[in-house]
Every structure is written in C-alpha cells, then in structure tokens.
Design a protein around this ligand. Structure first.
Ligand code: DP6
Length: 317
C-alpha cells in the first residue's frame, strides 16, 4: 500500500521566533500564518522490508532530521516497519519560504495514514511541530494559528476560519552568497537580545490585533501588523548579545525602501521576511501585478512570484 499527501507551505504573519522547550519544540509565542496555494510538497510513503529510505525529487537523500523525526513517530505512535518516503518539492528552494513547513506536514499526514491511523489535523499538527514548528500550521487552508501552549498536548495549530479575501503575496527572491543561519540557530541567538522579553510581550498584543484584522478581512491592517512584527523579529537578530547577525543584504534594504515608496503611491504593500534575505510583500490580488512590474523595473535581476491563499493538507485516494 502507498499513501500520498500534499501540504502547502505557509508564511507567518505573526512570527514564531524562539523556543521555550527545544525538545518538544514549544515556542515562546503563538503565531499566525497564511497557507500558500502555489508552493507545496507532495509526499508518498510506502512500507518496505529493509530500512527507512528518503528520496527528494527522485534523488536519494540523507537527512538526520527526518530520520530522527521518523524515530520520534515510532516512539509516540508505536513501532512501524521501515518506510520509503518519496517527496516532490514544489517550493522554489531559493524563495526563502520554509520548505520544512510543507515537508514535515506532508510527511506526518502520509505516514500516519499509511499506518491506518485517522488522526485529526490538531493531533497531526502536534506531531509535525516536533519536526519543524512552522509545519504545525500547514495542515489548514488560508489562515491558521499555532497556540504556543505549555506542554505537548496544548501546543497545536488550528484554523482561524477566516472569511474569503483577495490577499496575495509577492515573493522577491534575493540571491546571496552569504552563509545561512538556520532557523533553530537564529532563534537561539535572538533569544539573547535584551529586547527579547519585550518582543514576546508585543507579539501577544499583535496576535490579538491580527486575529481581529483577519476576521474583518482588513488586508491593509493585516499587512501593517505583519510588517511591524517581522521587522521587530529581525531587530532581535541584530541586537543579540550572543553572535549578533542579520539576514538582510543590500538588496533586502533596497526592496524595503521600494515597498515604502509604493505605499506612498497608494499601493497596498507591506513587507515580511523569514530566516533569509528574501522579501515577501503582502498585498491584494489586484495590486500584486503592479508591485511585480515596479520591482522588476527597479531591479531587473530580481526573481518574483505571486502566491495566493491556499488549501490545507489533502490526500490522493
Ligand atoms: C522565521 O519552523 O523553520 O519562518 O522549528 O526550528 O524547524 P524549527 O523552525 P522553523 O522556523 C520558522 C521561523 C520563521 C517564522 C515562522 O514561520 O513562524
């Protein structure tokens, strides 16, 4: 038997940037995301007789992180036979969107189904959280919230049941030769910033405001709060006491200036950034092509894609 699951990646509007328990992967703050239709991972799982085997886009792949995750699933769900896991990644690797979110969500969904378990998305989100925190939010379509919780049972994601709205995301891919600081390492450093406690406090207020903006379909408010939250997250990296760093490059700063210019011209455009130099611009479906053409004119080498709100996990059968 084989099982195939497809999960879409998500962009955090209120960021997860710190762990209060690195083993259980409990975050220091709750977070809110938008699931993206255009970027996803499709994973097929089948049981085999020898050993766990990983294939990504048809190529054998070795990932200690995925092997450890499969072992965690065996400890939690009961032992199961070795698996062949074949993933196709439709998240552009350079786009700076966390492919770990869609990858761990699709893997969790496919493995548990293959084992004949019919788990609800809340339970799946708790399991996927152990692989990568942002994956907990990728089971749901459109807007999701991951409640920080205080233990394994209370740290899960759920749908925000938001009204339909014409939100869009312009992804501006900045090429860089800089050595990447991974999310887990970035969070460890950011937590040493003297401003970290304030960030955690502000994030709780922004989370409440974001929920209200989403229920009101107020895309301008959603963008305003998301930009403030993301820029504050990146300030923590710069002000870390231990190994301060930044993901920003000159191109990042140029794009942020262009986004502010476009806003002055009356376009709805707000920036958010994750663990990399790429800028994602929150906008409406009507304004997205205008933003693409303005950015392309100002920076011809920039690779740009438009993403829209997408569905939750789905299975082939
Ligand atoms: C900046 O989910 O990649 O994208 O749990 O260590 O795997 P781990 O981290 P990960 O972190 C994502 C950080 C972020 C913000 C977010 O998606 O909330």
């Amino acid at each position: 038997m084989t099982t195939t699951a497809t999960a879409h990646t998500n962009i955090a509007l209120i960021k997860y940037w710190g762990k209060k328990d690195p083993i259980l992967n409990l975050p220091t703050t709750s977070s809110i995301s938008l699931t993206l239709n255009e970027f996803y991972t499709r994973t097929t799982v089948s049981q085999n007789a020898s050993a766990d085997e990983l294939l990504i886009n048809g190529q054998p792949f070795d990932s200690q992180r995925i092997h450890r995750f499969l072992d965690m699933l065996r400890d939690t769900l009961g032992d199961f036979a070795p698996l062949t896991v074949a993933s196709e990644n439709h998240v552009p690797t350079g786009a700076g969107l966390a492919s770990s979110a869609s990858a761990f969500a699709a893997l969790t969904g496919a493995v548990t189904r293959e084992l004949g378990l019919e788990l609800d998305n809340m339970t799946l989100s708790r399991l996927a959280r152990r692989g990568s925190g942002s994956a907990s939010r990728s089971f749901y379509g459109h807007f999701a919230i991951w409640h920080e919780g205080h233990d394994d049972a209370s740290s899960f994601a759920e749908s925000l049941h938001a009204p339909d709205m014409p939100i869009a995301l312009v992804v501006a891919e900045v090429s860089t030769a800089m050595k990447k600081v991974g999310s887990t390492e970035g969070m460890r450093r950011a937590a040493t910033s003297p401003d970290y406690a304030t960030w955690v406090q502000n994030s709780a207020a922004q989370l409440r405001d974001m929920q209200a903006a989403i229920q009101a379909s107020d895309i301008e408010k959603i963008g305003t709060i998301a930009e403030a939250n993301a820029l504050a997250m990146h300030d923590l990296n710069r002000t870390a006491r231990l190994d301060p760093f930044t993901y920003f490059t000159n191109d990042t700063t140029d794009i942020l200036t262009l986004v502010a210019d476009m806003r002055r011209q009356g376009l709805l455009a707000f920036a958010t950034l994750d663990a990399g130099p790429n800028v994602k611009i929150i906008t409406t479906q009507a304004h997205a092509p205008l933003i693409v053409s303005q950015l392309q004119a100002a920076m011809p080498d920039l690779h740009l894609e438009i993403a829209t709100s997408g569905a939750g996990i789905h299975y082939d059968d």
